[in-house]
Design a binder for this molecule. Structure first.
Ligand code: KIV
Ligand code: ZN
Length: 513
């Protein structure tokens, strides 16, 4: 008999903690819909008590998602837990995930609490959460570096209070596979009531072992839930990557003997959506979702694959959704076809005006680019720098001049709130001149921490350029993304998008603070 492995996606919570990866409510909702299509079992939608914005995101996701359980993180106190329950009220299936640190280092230096105080706080938090929600997960933060006797005492108590899932975070990515797997097994064996909860793994990737550690927690430790993110997104080196863990369990079913409910054909679309939304580019050689993951360059490999694909391929590209990279629309496509494709991509809007504006942008793009792919449509919808009236900074027009031997010059017209501004500058190149022109009017003082350009779809110079701009200002880091067949225009859009994020100024409590 095979067991089920629960896939708990935390792209929208732990993934979003990655500097610059913060997302708007609409972006999060779109990703949540894609996660539902992917059939993840649990979507951790955010940390409701961290900000009003996050509260609204969790609430909106709870109201829209029907097939996956929707979860909110909460520190182990009544206010956070009540706020999580309030945000989750509309959910068809809800989970409260409460946590408190249990390692000696975190208790003493960060919380300044004694172990007995932490024990009591954990127990009371789970008791309170269980009064509000039947599905309660408890995480001892920095659990892997916690002292085993104390951890067993805490976990036994929270299970007795009704915790239904026990998650063991390797918060700092310190674990190695065998030891992490044995740690989970030891806890399950020593805690008398361990059989009453589902055991879960949550590994960070600081030593590049998050996936290996999670799989060891499953195979050696007997965990039946993996916490992971799309593209391994997350703070520092990221989290366990959903696509890798899922495909490992599916491809090596002979070894793991576990069922996963994931629709793997939705993996690549999910990966693209997360990368395009956050501006975190996927490295080409990334397993499963990297552009080269199924590309065979060497003659020997190509010859082998042509004769029998399993000579060099252990998975099929189409099984993880690569085949969806097809032409979907062109310049003759009408509004209905466009609207339907938006719906298929999980982009729903109640506003006909928004759809009309997006359709106008689509027509404009289709005039300049003969083949429109799903990636182009997603980029078009992410293009908040031109969304009428909604964003503070919006691009209206621009031109630039660049000639060999001449210093490039740019002129940009953009809206700031209700007012139109025109700015000019020269620079080292047309992109430099354009960004300097905008900054000369806005005067944000932000430091440009990253600038990168990628082709949205491969194989042609007709492809749209996707630019990511990372700005840093007073401890805040934001990523702006812009796409256009003209990379200078894409750069202006990305810069304005980053300025919009700085302008929106979301103040958050850090989940691990
Ligand atoms: O890494 C961690 O410890 C966490 C907890 C809040 C679950 O993300
Ligand atoms: Zn984490």
């Amino acid at each position: 008999m095979t067991d089920k492995l629960i896939i708990f996606d935390t792209t929208l919570r732990d993934g979003e903690q990655s500097p610059g990866a913060s997302m708007t409510r609409d972006e999060k909702l779109r990703i949540a819909r894609q996660l539902e299509r992917l059939r993840v079992d649990v979507i951790e939608a955010g940390f409701a008590a961290s900000s009003n914005g996050d509260f609204e995101c969790v609430k909106a996701i709870a109201a829209h998602i029907k097939d996956s359980t929707v979860c909110s993180l909460a520190r182990a106190n009544d206010r956070d837990i009540a706020r999580a329950a309030e945000a989750l009220a509309p959910a068809a299936r809800a989970r409260i995930h409460t946590f408190v640190a249990t390692s000696p280092l975190h208790m003493e230096k960060k919380l300044r609490m004694t172990p007995d105080q932490v024990f009591e706080q954990a127990r009371l938090a789970v008791r309170f959460a269980r009064n509000l929600c039947a599905d309660v997960e408890f995480s001892p933060e920095d659990g892997y570096r916690s002292e085993p006797d104390f951890l067993c005492r805490v976990l036994e108590a929270v299970i007795a209070e009704g915790a239904t899932t026990i998650n063991i975070p390797d918060t700092v990515g310190y674990a190695v596979p065998e030891l992490y797997g044995q740690f989970i097994r030891m806890l399950r064996e020593r805690i008398p009531n361990s059989g009453r909860a589902v055991w879960s793994v949550h590994c960070h990737n600081d030593l590049g072992m998050a996936v290996a550690n999670s799989l060891a927690g499953v195979k050696l430790g007997g965990a039946r839930q993996v916490e992971c993110t799309i593209n391994g997104l997350g703070e520092r080196a990221g989290n366990c990557s959903l696509e890798e863990v899922v495909m490992a369990v599916k491809t090596r079913r002979d070894y793991y003997a576990l069922e996963v409910g994931i629709d793997t054909t939705q993996i690549v679309p999910a990966s693209r959506m997360v990368s395009q939304t956050t501006g975190f580019v996927v490295q080409p050689n990334k397993a499963v979702v990297g552009a080269n993951a199924f590309a065979h360059a060497s003659g020997i490999h190509q010859d082998g694959v042509l004769k029998a694909r399993d000579t060099y391929e252990i998975m099929r590209a189409e099984d993880v959704g690569w085949s969806t990279n097809r032409i979907v629309l062109g310049k003759l496509s009408g509004r209905n076809a466009f609207k339907q494709r938006l719906q298929e991509l999980g982009i729903e809007s109640d506003s006909e005006a928004d759809i009309n504006a997006a359709f106008a942008r689509f027509k404009d793009l289709a005039d300049r680019k003969s083949e429109i792919f799903d990636e182009d449509i997603l980029a078009l919808m992410n293009d908040e720098s031109v969304t009428p009236a909604r964003e503070h900074y919006r691009l209206l027009a621009m031109s630039q001049r660049s000639e060999i031997g001449e210093r490039p010059h740019a002129r940009v017209v953009f809206a700031v709130g209700e007012r139109e501004h025109s700015a000019e500058s020269d620079g080292n190149g047309p992109v430099d001149a354009t960004l300097k022109a905008i900054e000369s009017q806005v005067g944000s003082g932000a430091e440009l921490a990253l600038y990168s350009v990628n082709a949205i779809t491969s194989g042609s110079t007709e492809s749209q350029g996707e630019v990511t701009v990372r700005l840093q200002l007073g401890g805040r880091v934001v990523n702006g993304v812009g796409a256009d067949p003209d990379i200078v225009v894409a750069s202006a859009k990305a810069y304005l998008s980053a300025l919009n994020k700085l302008h929106s100024n979301v103040d958050r409590v850090a989940a691990q603070g």
